[in-house]
Design a protein around this ligand. Sequence first.
Ligand code: SF4
Length: 328
Amino acid sequence: MRVRLPGGRISPAALQELAELAGTNALELTSRGNVQLRGVADLDAARERLTAAGLLPSESHERVRNIVASPLSSDLGDTAARLDEGLRARAELAELPGRVLFALDDGTGDVAALAADAELRDGVMHLDGHPTDLPGTVDALLDAARAFLDLRGDEWRVRDLPDGARRIAAELGGTVTGPRVVPAPPTPPPVGWFDRPDGSVTLGMGVPLGRLDPRTAQFVAAVDHPIAITPWRTLFLHGLDEGAAETVVRVLAPKSLIFDATSPLLRVSACVGDHGCVRAQGDALAHAAELAGTIGDDERVHVVACERGCGAPSGEHRRVVVRDGADD
Ligand code: SF4
C-alpha cells in the first residue's frame, strides 16, 4: 500500500497507525515523501483503518494527491493541505496521470529539485521548472493542472508535452518568463539540529535506506510533535524545546536514525529488490548497506535489482544494478 502524505506532513497518531499496520515490516519512505507498506494481509481492514486515521480521504482522487513541500517550512504544511482539498474538490482532476507532481518550495530550492509539473516558487508559478508570470497560489496550481489535462493527449508529465510549459501558461493567460531552472537537491539532506526563528528546535533524522523500523516509528510518534517525511527519505520533528530535542537524540540515535550529516548512509539508497519485488534479480538492500562502507566522500549511489531502476533520487548519482550477486 502506498499512503500519500500531502507535503509529507503526518500526525503522530497517523504515524502510530501506520506503524501498527506495518507489523514487523519496515515503513518505506519514498522519493515523493510518501510511505509504502508491504505484505499487508487484510487490505480491506487496512483500508478501513487508514480511512479512520484520515489517510485515505478520497477514493476517486487518491492517485493524484502528489504534493511535496519544503519540510522546514511550517506555513507550507497548511498550503499543502489546502492544495490537497482543492484537488479533491475538482472532480475532473481525478483524471490527472498519477505521475503529475505539485511542489511548494519555500525559496530554498529544496523541493524545486524534483522538477514538479506545477510548482509554487519565489512567489510565482513554475511549470516543469520554467518560471511564469502567473501567481503562486493554490488556485493557479489547480488551474494549471486542469490546463494540462486539456492539452496532454497521451502525455504523462508537463515535460513530455511539446512546448508544454509555454502552452499551459498561455491557456491561463500568462507566459513563461525564463529558462527551465531545476536546482540540485540538498546533498547531504538536512539532518541534525535546527534552531528555528521562533526559538523552537527542529530535528532532521536520516533513515537508513529509507526503511523505518515500525518500533522506531512508534518512538517518533510518541514524541507527539508535528512530523514531516521528506523526499530525501528522512524525517523531521518540529516544535521541540531544547530539553525534548536532547532526549529525542539520546533515544533515537541508538535506534539507527541518523543525526550526522556526514554519514555515508545518507548518500546510499536502494529499491526493495528481492525483499518485495518479483522482478528483482538480487538483494539491492544488502548490497547498498555494504556499499555505504566503501563509497567516496562525494559519491551518491542508488542500487537497483533490475534495469527498471525504480526510486532513483533526483540529482547526480551513480546507479548500480545488482544481478544474482554480480553488479554493474
Ligand atoms: S528496480 Fe526492478 S527490482 Fe527494483 S523495485 Fe524496481 S522493478 Fe523491482
